[in-house]
Design a protein around this ligand. Structure first.
Ligand code: MIG
Length: 741
């Protein structure tokens, strides 16, 4: 065992001789933490602070798997990236190997994404543990200990000290990387379906505008391609197609699957062959798997020349006006392989053709390509697929980001991915794959996305309305309400299922969907600022309630409420035929955003929730920044800013930039601090520019002191008294941003 102190809050511990094809860990913070240390005693690791005592019990190398077993005081476990089930993972066993299993039952494991990272809360302290292995890894989580294993000759671990959860996430994302600012349009509402034809896509876009339903993005699923050949178009997608969408203010995102059809007449296949760019089988031939296009070969993304070729191949999409890329099937999902055909033929003692393989499919697990396929790194070293599988999608996303650099220089990339690894947030947003139109899935999307956030992936969301199965009006209404408070907000559904665009279930449901999409757009300034903090500090955009008070163990099991940004508590309705729910209001005071009712915290209330309302609460002492709802995010050059003040003293931050270029990296952005205080006879408001680097989009500003006492008559803005008036119960001041800053 080797222990390295990387700084006061991170220790790296290496057992044996781990072999990994890439390093995801990049750089380190330098803040020193007292009380925390990792050391070796009697040849065993101990990890310790005032609260935590983790002691190694054994290490073991058997059947190609290296394991280390630890014991500790009563622990709760959170994170592990994308996992089914509730937030607290105590008592569970996980396998990390990227897989496409479309039926998401409560105990399904593994999933599409592997993030071998978790946060243990022991006593009052939180510690992050990252198993830095791209190979298969395994986690066994018990009340009084845990076992970590990897299919490797050794294992590298990082112990990341909190002691609070926020610090752990921030430090972890500090070493594996944080998200960049997405293009602002990617925060808007997005509409997808497997598969809009050209005409349907245009029709859906037009309908959004006719019906005054804000929407920024239309997706094309696999049927836009010519015979599912990646980087091709069916010929009815003529050049004007994307212009039509763009003219209505929409962006266009197209799906990209990694399997390349074996077809001598197909230029992408030929160009891949010319660099010998495919993953190999045992004999050194191109590994073959069956996916949508039929028999395919798979780009070896471990090689930088292959990543460059793949990036350049995106030209076929970008030259037709595509704005964003959706990476699917990138676990990679392979429906079948040639070698399975051979095995099945032997088993049934007859020739088997691909068509009837459905019956035999369950005989094999999908990751058994692990020992049959081989990758090569830039130095020429060969790696078995099982060592590379978990980073296949990560490397594809890296290459896709490069595609934007080449074809859309200066523009922010938008990449949506299904699969990934620790650090995937540097390249892509994540959606949680093939959920179903079930109430149970509406509910489970909360802990799944919160788990991803705790693991460093802030930009996440689920197929709103559910992917598989038929949605109904009530389910869609409830899911649209909840989805409008997820970082990524896209309605998507499978081929053959009931349509679920906002208008699919009649006027009443359409009105509800519209109301919440509009609220999302109104909240854009607030949401965009939450994205900025995810970019800057790695802080999740939707947070579990225990992040507000990690010592309160009752909060560990609240899976059906979340905090959106810093100040909005969301409590979705997750059951049919229900018009109220119980809501746990966290400590301090929270204000019902719908009606101004005030609730004292650390208490459970019965809250009304008719079908057209989702319970949402704002923390007393917060400022919520809003604008006018727009048809699409950047419909207007200049926007009004509404500043809603909750409580007598409050503080809030507002971030803005141009929303599309990389200028923010060179300081082209504004960050404002708004501070509200009360004096004997009135309120004070101080506005400071913490950073000044962008001309700014907000011009008229309207500050509302919500439910202000009638006797308040004076408001001082940056020290000067300003005119004010009541609008209903709210005291209002109005000014121009340029006059103040
Ligand atoms: O085998 O492209 O998760 O969103 O619509 C299914 C078709 C392949 C799975 C994705 C889903 C997408 C679908 N894809």
């Amino acid at each position: 065992m080797k222990i390295e102190k990387l700084d006061g809050s991170i220790f790296k511990v290496t057992y044996g001789m781990p072999q990994n094809p890439i390093e995801v860990v990049q750089k380190f913070h330098a803040n020193d933490v007292k009380d925390f240390y990792c050391a070796q005693e009697n040849n065993m690791l101990i990890v310790k602070d005032k609260e935590i005592l983790i002691t190694q019990r054994s290490e073991d190398f058997k059947n190609g798997i290296f394991s280390v077993d630890f014991s500790c005081k009563e622990a709760h476990f959170f994170g592990f990236g994308e996992k089914m089930g509730y937030l607290d993972k105590r008592g569970r066993n996980f396998k990390m190997i990227n897989s496409d299993f479309p039926l998401h039952t409560p105990d399904l494991d593994p999933m599409y994404i592997s993030i071998p990272f978790f946060i243990a809360i022991i006593g009052k302290s939180a510690i992050g543990i990252f198993v830095d292995s791209t190979s298969y890894s395994f986690f066994n989580l018990r009340e009084d200990g845990f076992t970590l294993s990897a299919r490797d000759e050794g294992i590298t671990m990082y112990f990341i000290y909190g002691p609070d959860v926020k610090n752990v996430i921030s430090t972890f994302t500090g070493i594996v990387g944080r998200m960049e600012m997405p293009p602002a349009w990617a925060i808007g509402y997005q509409q997808s379906r497997w598969s809009y034809s050209k005409d349907e896509a245009i029709e859906v876009a037009k309908k959004m505008r006719q019906k005054d339903i804000p929407c920024d993005v239309i997706y094309l699923d696999i049927d836009y391609m010519d015979g599912y050949r990646v980087f091709t178009w069916k010929n009815d997608f003529e050049n004007g197609f994307s212009d039509q969408l763009h003219n209505m203010g929409f962006k266009l995102v197209t799906i990209v699957d990694p399997g390349v059809k074996i077809d001598q007449n197909y230029d992408i296949y030929r160009s891949a062959k010319s660099i010998d760019g495919f993953v190999k089988d045992k004999e050194g031939n191109d590994f073959t798997g069956y996916v949508w296009p039929g028999r395919c070969n798979f780009p070896d993304f471990l090689r930088s020349d292959v990543r460059e070729w793949w990036a350049r191949s995106h030209r076929a999409l970008f030259e037709k006006g595509v704005d964003g890329i959706w990476n699917d099937m990138n676990e990679p999902a392979i429906v079948w392989t040639d070698s399975k055909t051979k095995k099945v033929s032997e088993l049934f003692k007859r020739e088997i053709d691909f068509q009837i393989l459905g019956e035999a499919k369950s005989l094999f697990s999908q990751d058994d390509a692990g020992d049959e396929a081989f990758h090569k790194d830039d130095s020429g070293k060969i790696w078995p697929h099982y060592k590379v599988r978990n980073i296949y999608a990560y490397l594809e996303a890296m290459s896709t980001k490069r595609a934007f650099e080449i074809h859309k220089p200066g523009k922010r990339p938008f990449i949506l991915t299904r699969s990934g690894f620790a650090g995937i947030q540097k390249y892509a947003a994540v959606w949680t794959g093939d959920n179903s139109s079930w109430w149970e899935h509406l509910e489970i999307e909360m802990p799944i996305s919160m788990g991803l956030g705790l693991s460093g992936v802030a930009f996440t969301g689920a197929d709103v309305g559910g992917f598989g199965g038929d949605a109904n009006g009530e389910l869609l209404a409830r899911w649209m309400e909840m989805g409008s408070f997820f970082p990524f907000f896209r309605n998507h559904s499978a081929i053959g299922t009931a349509r679920q665009e906002p208008w699919s279930f009649g006027e009443k449901i359409e009105e509800i969907a519209k109301k919440y999409i509009k609220l999302r757009y109104a909240l854009f300034p607030y949401i965009y600022t939450a994205f900025y903090f995810a970019h800057k500090e790695g802080i999740p955009i939707i947070k579990p309630l225990f992040m507000l008070d990690q010592n309160n163990k009752d909060l560990y099991s609240i899976n059906d409420e979340f905090v959106f940004g810093d100040s909005i508590l969301v409590a979705p309705v997750t059951r049919p035929n229900t018009t109220w729910r119980t809501v746990y209001i966290p400590k301090d005071k929270w204000i019902d955003m719908r009606n101004g009712n005030i609730y004292e915290g650390d208490h459970v209330y019965k809250i009304d929730a008719p079908l057209e309302e989702i319970p949402i609460f704002v923390k007393d002492g917060s400022i919520i920044f809003k604008t006018d709802p727009l048809n699409y995010i950047f419909e207007r050059e200049k926007m009004n800013l509404y500043v809603d003040v909750y409580g007598n003293s409050a503080i809030g931050y507002l971030y803005e930039d141009d929303g599309e270029t990389l200028g923010y990296k060179d300081g082209q952005y504004n960050l404002y601090e708004f501070a509200i205080g009360s004096a004997v006879d009135g309120y004070t408001i101080g506005i400071k520019r913490l950073h000044n680097g962008y001309s700014g989009r907000y011009d008229n500003v309207k500050v509302k002191f919500l439910n202000a006492p009638r006797m308040i008559t004076k408001i001082r803005l940056n020290g000067k008294e300003v005119e004010n008036h009541f609008e209903g119960k709210d005291l209002v001041i109005e000014f121009q941003m340029k006059d103040v800053i």
